[in-house]
Write a protein that binds this ligand. Structure first.
Ligand SMILES: [Zn+2]
Ligand SMILES: [Zn+2]
Length: 215
């Protein structure tokens, strides 16, 4: 899920690109999609069959606009684009995905993923909204964005969450575990952890590069 800069290299520590069944993008912003370009050129050079990429409507056109005219047709052929609006479901192998609307500056699908036994919710980018509690209800793991510290609340329009808001959303949803991601790079991780833990009511985890976790 999501393909921001650096993710393609990190992903290959775990699987080869030929093993990928699908990519799911929350929204088109570059910090969530930049590595779709090296992925596309890998597809092209390796002559692999198309890979399904699930996105909110309009993402293919946005990303395609940066592809050169000489490769544009291949960008549409080698990626099997599947546009999925909010309140939809789709399946990838044993995984069932549900999409939920969000409060962001671009259409963002908050994703609920289940294999029938365990459930992961990934917020994508969002401010506080009424769909989060439903998307993350009773999730085994809620991977939730928290861009800001509580003190940065109001720094911009409410299109991202503070650590305290992320903790409150996870508690309202009844999520078993909360892991923060999308932390603004200059923010202090201990502060983010403490503020999210306070509203969540339990210890939380941070998504860090090179670390792995199990749902
Ligand atoms: Zn965004
Ligand atoms: Zn983002």
């Amino acid at each position: 899920m999501d393909a921001g800069n650096g993710t393609l290299a990190e992903l290959q520590r775990h699987v080869t690109l030929g093993e990928l069944d699908a990519i799911v993008l929350s929204h088109y912003h570059p910090d969530h999609t930049a590595d779709m370009y090296p992925f596309f050129f890998e597809q092209l050079l390796a002559q692999r069959p198309p890979v399904r990429v699930f996105t909110p409507p309009g993402v293919r056109a946005r990303l395609g606009s940066l592809i050169g005219d000489d490769s544009r047709a291949r960008f549409d052929e080698l990626i099997d684009w599947r546009e999925v609006a909010a309140d939809s479901t789709f399946e990838v192998g044993p995984l069932r995905f549900e999409t939920f609307d969000a409060a962001h500056s671009a259409p963002n699908n908050t994703l609920r993923v289940s294999d029938g036994a365990r459930t992961l919710c990934f917020s994508g980018d969002t401010g506080p909204n009424e769909h989060l509690a439903r998307a993350a209800r009773d999730a085994d793991l809620f991977l939730c964005e928290a861009s800001w510290t509580n003190e940065q609340s109001g720094i911009m329009a409410p299109i991202h969450l503070t650590a305290g808001e992320a903790g409150a959303a996870a508690r309202a949803a009844g999520a078993a575990r909360l892991m923060l991601t999308h932390i603004w790079p200059v923010n202090d991780l201990d502060t983010m952890r403490a503020q999210a833990s306070e509203t969540f009511g339990a210890g939380i985890e941070l998504a860090l590069e090179t670390e792995t976790t199990k749902v």
